[in-house]
Design a protein around this ligand. Structure first.
Ligand code: ZN
Length: 208
């Protein structure tokens, strides 16, 4: 049997990058158009900052085979669109019965989770905490702090990501906004439409 070779990577907390990564992608403001509640504030921010980087992911993957593992580091810039904190696009795993973990390296964040039926959970992330994202939960991270939010993550290599599940419902059910005194609070997303029973069943069959 031909074995894979061991690997080693470093976490550069200051730059929010995985040293020795095999893969990198970034999301800029333009990539996140349509995700925020306040479209006028979003356009203002685009005018002010141009197509600025919002988050960056560097990861290490030997394969996307079942049983293998992908891990990496995500760095999200601090900021708000109107009252709403910067967020990642969010996804459910395309093989939805795959979990994930996130480990806080620096900064303060919230993992926002939504079940297929529309239940919402939030997990507060700070350095040296580990968030377990169970199978079947849609998840997105939100930077609620004044500094970069840096997290290390790991998930089964064949998990895959599906973004359409969020687009179909007009976004996730809840938004994370400034509570007016430096903290955060959860508010309803006015554009949200729930999923049909057929759609929910499709998710629970495992392949989105
Ligand atoms: Zn994920």
């Amino acid at each position: 049997m031909k074995l894979r070779e061991p690997g080693i990577c470093g976490v550069d907390v200051a730059t929010g990058q995985l040293i020795g990564a095999t893969n990198r992608y970034v999301k800029t403001l333009d990539d996140l158009a349509g995700l925020y509640e306040d479209e006028a504030a979003f356009r203002d921010l685009q005018r002010e900052r141009g197509d600025a980087l919002v988050y960056e992911v560097t990861d290490y993957r030997q394969s996307v085979d079942a049983g293998d593992l992908i891990f990496g580091v995500t760095r999200m810039r601090p900021g708000k669109v109107g009252r709403e904190y910067f967020l990642t696009r969010g996804h459910i795993h395309a093989n939805a019965d795959r979990p994930e973990i996130y480990y806080g390296e620096s900064g303060r964040g919230v993992m926002l989770l939504e079940s297929p039926e529309g239940e919402v959970r939030t997990v507060h992330m700070s350095p040296r905490t580990i968030c377990y994202v169970p199978s079947f939960w849609i998840h997105r991270s939100v930077n609620i702090g004044a500094d970069d939010l840096v997290m290390t993550f790991a998930y089964p290599a064949d998990a895959g990501q599906d973004y359409a599940i969020i687009e179909e419902t007009g976004g996730m059910r809840s938004r994370i906004v400034d509570d007016g005194s430096g903290g955060w609070t959860l508010v309803d997303n006015a554009s949200y439409r729930g999923r049909s029973a057929a759609r929910i069943e499709r998710v629970f069959r495992g392949v989105v």
